[in-house]
Design a binder for this molecule. Structure first.
Ligand code: FES
Ligand code: FE2
Length: 338
């Protein structure tokens, strides 16, 4: 693929794993933002994500590194590193090296995902990673839903912004997802780092219906460029999380998660059947997301794009909003302060 003209080092929260992939004592290898990293879980359960190379002589901590209580021990010469990335023990010397530090990343575990805060300027997080339940403020929780269903596609040639632009792209629903009529947006709020998009949409009926008569829709919350959560209304109760994380200058890992609501069962109804139906519906939501991936994975970013009149406001707003997450925005800000 042509390298996207957008930076692959944006600022924000990005998913790097699922929590259940890293048990207590595990050291998990990964590469994101062109950086070899490890995620390791201490005895207490606390999770640390840090760059992978030991500051001593550069061993990769993901190959033989060992969790010892609350620290990570290098396989090469046994130096121990704390959750803050500090050296706390050189086994053959009476004091540690206090100066050197392995870069660590702010990390949160939420909705069974591991998110890290990435920022080339190393600022502290300036917004929260969205929560597929709590962020909608409706008192819902994981217990109201069947277990999370997942899709994981590694190393795709796409940029996180492509996925978010779906949120303002009303016309693609009819063509990519075969909705009977084109949806209509009822909210575009791009005032902050966390943005909100609502739309009225139906997957049922024929093309003779009017969008004004449709009583179903989706609310989406975008936490920066890395994570978007959605909630449906007026249709099968579903929540989704899409998370796109740059691996290097050309590729990203895509993760997509779906929760289907547990229906209230009338007596005599078979809960196993209801769950199977829920799982089937979840697979259908994932299949729709895969239809998008097929497009995104081969797309070339068009800038400036040729837009239809009705597309102009949404795309302009989201692209302007997205700019704040790129390193160029930080550079411009620092420049204006001098
Ligand atoms: S390279 Fe890690 S302890 Fe020597
Ligand atoms: Fe889509």
């Amino acid at each position: 693929m042509a390298k996207p003209p957008l930076s692959m080092k944006p600022t924000g929260w990005f998913q790097v794993a699922w929590s259940d992939e890293i048990g207590v004592g595990d050291v998990h290898k990964m590469k994101y933002f062109d950086q070899e990293m490890v995620a390791w879980r201490a005895e207490s359960g606390a999770l640390t994500v840090m760059n992978a190379y030991c500051e001593h002589l550069g061993a990769h901590l993901g190959y033989g590194g060992k969790v010892v209580g609350e620290v990570l021990q290098c396989p090469f010469h046994g130096w121990q590193w704390s959750r803050e990335g500090r050296n706390i023990c050189i086994p053959y010397q009476d004091r540690p090296n206090r100066g050197r530090r392995i870069r660590t990343y702010p990390v949160v575990e939420r909705n069974a995902s591991v998110y890290i805060w990435h920022d080339v300027a190393r600022r502290e997080p300036f917004f929260d990673a969205p929560d597929v339940f709590a962020s909608f403020g409706d008192g819902s929780g994981a217990g109201d839903y069947y277990p999370q269903q997942r899709l994981y596609r590694a190393g795709l040639e796409l940029h996180p912004q492509y996925v978010l632009e779906n949120g303002v792209d009303f016309a693609h629903f009819k063509y990519v997802h075969n909705t009977p009529i084109v949806p209509v947006f009822t909210r575009h709020d791009f005032a902050d780092a966390v943005s909100f998009v609502d739309f009225t949409i139906t997957f049922e009926g024929d093309d003779g219906q009017r969008i004004e008569d449709v009583n179903s829709g989706v609310q989406a919350i975008n936490g920066g460029l890395g994570i978007a959560v959605t909630k449906s209304w007026g249709m099968v109760d579903n929540r989704t999380i899409s998370a796109v994380t740059p691996v290097d200058d050309c590729t990203s890992d895509v993760r997509f998660m779906v929760y289907i609501g547990r229906p209230e069962l009338e007596s005599g109804k078979d809960p196993a059947r209801a769950e199977a139906r829920g799982a089937e519906f979840g697979r259908e939501v994932i299949r729709q997301f895969e239809q998008d991936i097929e497009i995104w994975g081969h797309q070339r970013y068009s800038d400036p794009p040729a837009l239809a009149t009705d597309e102009y406001a949404g795309f302009t707003a989201i692209r302007k909003w997205a700019k704040q997450f790129y390193p160029e925005a930080v550079a411009a800000q620092e420049g204006s302060m001098q």
